[in-house]
Design a protein around this ligand. Structure first.
Ligand SMILES: [Zn+2]
Ligand SMILES: [Zn+2]
Length: 213
């Protein structure tokens, strides 16, 4: 599997393409906007888009979903149904984030902890990681030890929990009890900013390191 990160929207959200090298089939994770940029990246990779995967319902992660899904006939998969209230409130999110209006959508499939998602011949594990939002999920590829973690964990920081239904304790639990056990060597792409590894965050992230407090 190869991947490409395309920062989209004014929030430089890390839309990520995961492509199976055998089949060229690809999943687009969190198409927050700038659909033309995402399409250009797919074309450069020689990728055939197969599905859209969503980590959570925030507008900077899902704003381009309806457009991309209808143009390319793609199923919309995820996040967990507990983020349904965010997706139902896209119009209010447009106001809150100061975006241009976007088309609403309904996911074709909600995801649960322990589900798997296929991208060509590659299998991704779904892990429910609430805290930033209640229905946040992450996508983990075990053979490559690579994860797309959305707004759960960042290089040197963690997701905000001051939005409706955010929960700081849940977020810390998700990171320390569900993400870190995947292994120190696991590399992750966060929803914003540079990549890191779980080991690096475990050593030095002031919010979740082994030595915090
Ligand atoms: Zn978010
Ligand atoms: Zn975000």
């Amino acid at each position: 599997m190869i991947y490409r990160v395309i920062p989209v929207t004014a929030f430089a959200q890390n839309c990520t393409i995961f492509m199976c090298e055998d089949t060229k089939k690809a999943a687009i994770i969190d198409p927050g906007g700038d659909v033309a940029k995402i399409e250009a990246a797919l074309a450069e990779m020689g990728a055939v888009a197969e599905k859209i995967l969503l980590t959570h319902g925030h507008l900077d992660h899902v704003g381009g979903t309806a457009e991309l899904a209808s143009k390319h006939q793609l199923p919309i998969i995820g996040p967990h149904k507990d983020d349904g209230f965010w997706i139902d409130a896209l119009a209010q999110q447009v106001q809150m984030f100061g975006f241009a209006p976007v088309e609403g959508f309904a996911p074709d499939q909600w995801l649960n902890d322990g589900d798997t998602v296929q991208v060509g011949n590659v299998e991704l594990n779904v892990i429910h990681a609430p805290g930033h939002t209640p229905g946040h999920v992450i996508f983990y590829q075990p053979e490559q030890q690579l994860a797309q973690v959305g707004d759960v964990l960042f290089n040197g920081s963690i997701g905000r929990t001051d939005f409706p239904k955010g929960n700081h304790d849940d977020l810390i639990h998700s990171i320390r009890e569900k993400l870190f056990p995947l292994g120190d060597e696991v590399r992750f792409i966060p929803g914003h900013g540079p990549e890191s590894t779980f080991g690096q965050e475990r050593r030095s992230n002031p919010f979740v390191s082994d030595h915090r407090g």
